[in-house]
Design a protein around this ligand. Sequence first.
Ligand code: AMP
Ligand code: MG
Length: 299
Amino acid sequence: MIAPELIDVIRLKPGKKVRLKDYDTGWAQTKELKELGKDIVKERAKEILDKNLEDLAEAQELLYADDRYSLLIVLQAMDAAGKDGTIKHVMSGVNPQGCHVCSFKKPSVEELDHNFLWRYMKSLPERGKIGIFNRSYYEDVLVVKVHPELLDGQKLPPGKRGKSFWEARYEDITTFERHLVRNGIVVLKFFLHVSKEEQKCRFLERLNRPEKNWKFSPSDLAERGYWGDYMAAYEDALGATTTEEAPWYVVPADNKWATRAVVADVITTTIRSLDLCFPEVTEEKRKLLMEAKKQLEKE
Ligand code: AMP
Ligand code: MG
């Protein structure tokens, strides 16, 4: 398990203003980590990830067997922060039957014809399953806030689109999440916090390596131009939507090994904290099982 001090640093507290500059994008969030040094921290992170991958496979089986809770993992980040890689690595040991990934892109015409939460509501994980939202309803208070002209496509009733409009959306989101939690959907939200410098390196890598070219879209560079606006939108959104029941984690994302270890650890620890159990076999069913055994042995 990752040091509780680190989790305490990166788990946001409800009702507090968020300043992303205060959160390290690298690997040295605590005094203890700094003292250990990068090489040792990296080695430990890899061990933690490996251990968590085993534990996660087991925890997920139990979640499935118990069939009362589900887990919704929300991943938000700037481009190239590592959402796809995190999903690929953290979920590598999990039974595909128990896991479902939804990637949300620009909404379709049909989706724009509904309330903004509609398409996300339809994709929620059923009991026993892990659902991953690769981008989510938070885009509706992030990219849409940075580019308010996108609201025109949402065909909303007339009204001002100022501060109170966005505050109403944050309230919609926290109310929605409270509804999920009350119904057994555990909500975990990760903001992969990458620095602008590291994003530049990763973009250049995508441009320099032909096999990675497909990952780069010219619009990625345009969005990078709005970095400051995005950070402000993230700060407002994370601050307003961190609740006891659905907290945000600001995950350092300049080192992929750190991101993966932290995300895997939080997921495993969260599933473990639920009161899960394998279904009990009733006396009646036990008798039927014994009958079946006898019949098979007679064959
Ligand atoms: P990617 O995840 O890199 O494939 O990009 C998906 C794109 O869809 C991103 O540029 C998002 O900002 C955009 N997107 C996702 N959700 C929404 C939304 N609700 N409204 C507008 N754009 C969105
Ligand atoms: Mg992209």
